[in-house]
Design a protein around this ligand. Structure first.
Ligand code: UD1
Length: 382
């Protein structure tokens, strides 16, 4: 079997979380390249340790903290140089970050088959950098691994060849189950008294739409402080830097703000919380495994499945966060029993399916053939 023949390009915390199970499935074939978009140990390093996938084979330099154009162009150049020296049989990217745009372009322009994990999400909000990254990778990918039927339909509606689309489920399901198993449930250490309150709200905020203007950030932080339960706010570097810039850090004391934590610690906190409030994409998926109600503080969502399945509600800027929270707390959720509701993101087999497609390509099959082989084996197993 070839070693380090399939490149996995990633750059941020959620990509590490969601690609770790794919990397484990790929085994010796995985060649892991970190673009360096996230560079703090808390945002990146600890995740490699936690998931037992070892350090990345390559970490690019000069990308983290740069503006969008520089992040993408510098990573595209560096990846092109790498792939010219050592051509992988396929490149895997996941999601919609700047690292994905760079990895997708580098692969496609060199004619290397590109596998996109979590393909076909659309918010139809062009003000989101991620939506543009999704459109770019959607145009370039050779294999689109859609997490849900809706995601597959979005791609087909844009004219993508059905032979290149496969519904795999989302790798977040197996990533979440694995991290939950590793958790120790000792959430008291995140609270100053060493004891977690019986009921609390867990909030995470990091999207540009909520952090990049003083008004937007103040609205969200003020809304969170008005919630009747204690709030634990996980602060992303983007949020922390913005609060410092806009003089809003006083809210952090009121909200009990803590810095980024590991995936199993985050899930332990989320599992113990009564309500989640977040603009994160990952939490919209993870909450369907945890069975917790989530208020999504965003203008739009590319993940309507969690809302449709009764796990989440979209809180657009015209709505009052504290009032919406009070309603959910009073009604104990959104009216369905979330502990028994089915996750719309699959059964925990996505990573194996994706790694098998990549292995078929590595063994010389064309992308559409690799998908057909996997689909035929699923039919046989059914
Ligand atoms: C990126 C992704 C977003 C994803 C998020 C997960 C894009 C366009 N956005 O957003 O989709 O949800 O990651 O976290 O790719 N910073 C640090 N330390 C770090 C990383 C970042 O201090 O380790 C600072 C940067 O210097 C910058 C800010 O945080 O000032 C934003 O970082 P950036 O990587 O540009 O975007 P994210 O907001 O993290």
């Amino acid at each position: 079997m070839a070693t380090k023949s399939i490149a996995v390009v990633l750059g941020t915390r959620p990509e590490i979380i969601k690609l770790a199970p794919v990397i484990r499935e790929l085994g010796e074939r995985a060649w892991v390249i970190h673009t360096g978009q996230h560079y703090d140990a808390k945002m990146s390093g600890q995740f490699f340790e936690q998931f037992g996938i070892g350090a990345p084979d390559v970490i690019l330099e000069g990308i983290g903290g740069a503006n969008r154009g520089t992040q993408i162009s510098a990573a595209l150049q560096a990846l092109t140089d790498l792939f010219l020296k050592n051509r992988p049989s396929a490149v895997i990217v996941q999601g919609d970050t700047n690292a994905v745009s760079a990895g997708a372009q580098a692969a496609n322009y060199l004619g290397i088959p590109l596998i996109h994990v979590e393909a076909g999400l659309r918010s139809y909000d062009r003000a989101m950098p991620e939506e543009l990254n999704r459109l770019v990778v959607g145009a370039l990918a050779d294999v689109h691994c859609a997490a849900t039927d809706l995601n597959a339909r979005n791609l087909l509606g844009e004219g993508v060849d059905p032979a290149r689309v496969i519904v795999t489920g989302n790798t977040v399901v197996e990533a979440t189950l694995a991290s939950l198993e590793q958790g120790d449930g000792m959430i008291g250490r995140h609270f100053p008294s060493g004891i977690a309150p019986e009921k609390f709200v867990l909030a995470t905020i990091h999207r540009p739409e909520n952090t990049d203007s003083p008004d937007a950030l103040e609205r969200v932080l003020r809304g969170l402080t008005a919630i009747e339960l204690p709030v634990v706010l996980l602060t992303h570097p983007r949020t922390r830097l913005a609060a410092e810039r806009f003089g809003l850090t006083d809210f952090f004391d009121e909200l009990h703000a803590i810095e980024s934590v590991g995936h199993s610690e985050l899930l332990d906190l989320a599992q113990a919380a009564t309500l989640l409030v977040s603009d994160s994409g990952g939490l919209q998926e993870e909450t369907t495994v945890l069975g917790k109600p989530l208020l999504v503080v965003r203008r739009s969502t590319e993940r309507p499945e969690a809302v449709d399945a009764g796990f989440a509600r979209l809180i657009t800027p015209d709505k009052n966060i504290a009032r919406e929270a009070a309603e959910v707390l009073e009604n104990n959720g959104f009216g369905t029993d979330l502990r028994t509701a089915q996750s719309p993101y699959g059964d925990g087999t996505a990573s194996r399916t994706i790694a098998t497609i990549a292995a078929h390509i590595d063994n010389g099959h064309a992308p559409a053939q690799a998908i057909a082989l996997v689909e035929a084996s699923h039919d046989l197993a059914a």
